[in-house]
Design a protein around this ligand. Structure first.
Ligand code: NAD
Length: 355
């Protein structure tokens, strides 16, 4: 038996979960001491944000629908100025990681409390990690001020998420949990959460593909996403996240789809170096082996399997391997440039993960 030794940092967010839980919005705003909320969304989710504004009545200061991927600094400044002009005392981020990221930029600037209403499985609402893009470069930081104070998880809001996006977003969440299990600073509590997250996602995703109207399936996946987001916000991520940041940041590949394609290969790379984590991932998936189990889940749910189909150019794989191998994150298996190049080729071709 190995000695138990760990640091566990709990994050102070309040979570209200369940179908119809949006009805508690006003109660939750009052609990934050807020009276004038600025509602944030993407242009595509304007109608949902307007409905929210109507529900809030005079407690709504306005709607800002300019959220886009990777939080460009210009958009963040515009939203910050709007919040000040409208004398908002809170921001409600209704949406996925892009909208919640914009909320974090507002919290960083003016200290406004954020109430997050996630509508994807990305998990950003549970993390103190923020990103801002300036002059084409995305910088990330970690600041407890950006952590949303409250998150309302209402599976009814997930019903409008198209099935293909739901699946890749769910596997994006699964990646946080899987890497959390072999994190350098993993602890027994986050590992319990991670295993439960993977099991809930493995139940929910195939069920929502089988019946897109099944709210219980979407609830299971959302529950898994919450747990996975908590893991992401608490322990460090490794090779898989480094590869996805490289492919998204330098080659503009789509976020959740890239996570979906890369994860089986990153797990295969780490398999021998993290056997206990792999056993737990496999157990949660109900499969014999972790990497193959993720590959099978992606295949069964109709997710993309190759970087080629995401628009990656084969001629860029060398440069991607160089970037990913430079300044690597801590990883259970040392990051070797030629092995990473082979991993990327497998991901590009959409092969089954190596054993
Ligand atoms: P997203 O927020 O970009 O949303 C994708 C698209 O789906 C958008 O057009 C959005 O309007 C639409 N959409 C979202 N929910 C919908 C719903 N329920 N119904 C219909 N349409 C809906 O995608 P994402 O994958 O959630 O977030 C990706 C971004 O979040 C990336 O920039 C990533 O870096 C960041 N992220 C950050 C963290 C963190 O901890 N800081 C964690 C995860 C992701």
């Amino acid at each position: 038996m190995t000695a138990l030794r760990f640091t566990y940092q709990a994050r102070p967010a309040r979570v209200v979960f369940g179908a119809g839980s949006l009805e508690h919005l006003e109660r939750e705003l009052l609990a934050l001491g807020a009276e004038r909320a600025l509602v944030l969304c993407t242009p595509g989710q304007r109608a949902a944000a307007e409905a929210l504004a109507k529900r809030l009545g005079e407690r709504c200061a306005g709607v800002f629908d300019g959220a886009v991927m990777h939080v460009p600094i210009e958009v963040a400044r515009e939203a910050q100025a709007r919040a000040r002009a409208l004398e908002a005392d809170c921001a409600i981020a209704l949406g996925g990681g892009s909208t919640i990221g914009l909320g974090k930029a507002i919290a960083l600037d003016g200290g406004l409390p954020i109430l997050a209403i996630p509508t994807t499985f990305a998990g950003s609402e549970m993390t103190p990690i923020y990103g801002l893009t300036e002059g084409g470069l995305k910088r990330t930081g970690n600041d407890p001020r950006v952590l949303p104070r409250t998150a309302i998880y209402d599976p009814e809001l997930m019903m409008s998420l198209p099935v293909d996006i739901a699946v890749t977003s769910g596997i994006n969440a699964l990646a946080h949990a899987a890497e959390g299990l072999y994190a350098q600073d993993a602890n027994p509590v986050t590992s319990l959460m991670a295993e439960e997250a993977i099991a809930a996602l493995a139940r929910g995703l195939p069920a929502l593909v089988a019946d897109p109207r099944d709210i219980e399936a979407r609830s299971q996946a959302l529950y898994g996403a919450w747990l996975a987001g908590t893991v992401l916000g608490t322990v460090g991520m490794a090779l898989h996240h480094k590869l996805c940041h490289t492919l998204g940041g330098s080659f503009n590949l789509p976020h959740a789809q890239t996570h979906t394609v890369v994860l089986p290969h990153a797990l295969a790379y780490n398999a021998a170096a993290a056997p206990e984590a792999m056993r737990r991932i496999a157990r949660a998936l109900g499969s014999a082996e972790a990497a193959q189990g993720v590959h099978d889940l992606a295949r069964a749910t109709g997710a993309p399997l190759s970087l080629r189909e995401l628009g990656m150019k084969e001629g860029d794989l060398d440069r991607a391997a160089d970037i990913a191998a430079a300044n690597p994150y801590w990883n259970p298996r040392p990051v070797d440039r030629s092995a990473i190049r082979a991993l990327l080729q497998d991901a590009f071709d959409g092969r089954a993960p190596r054993h």
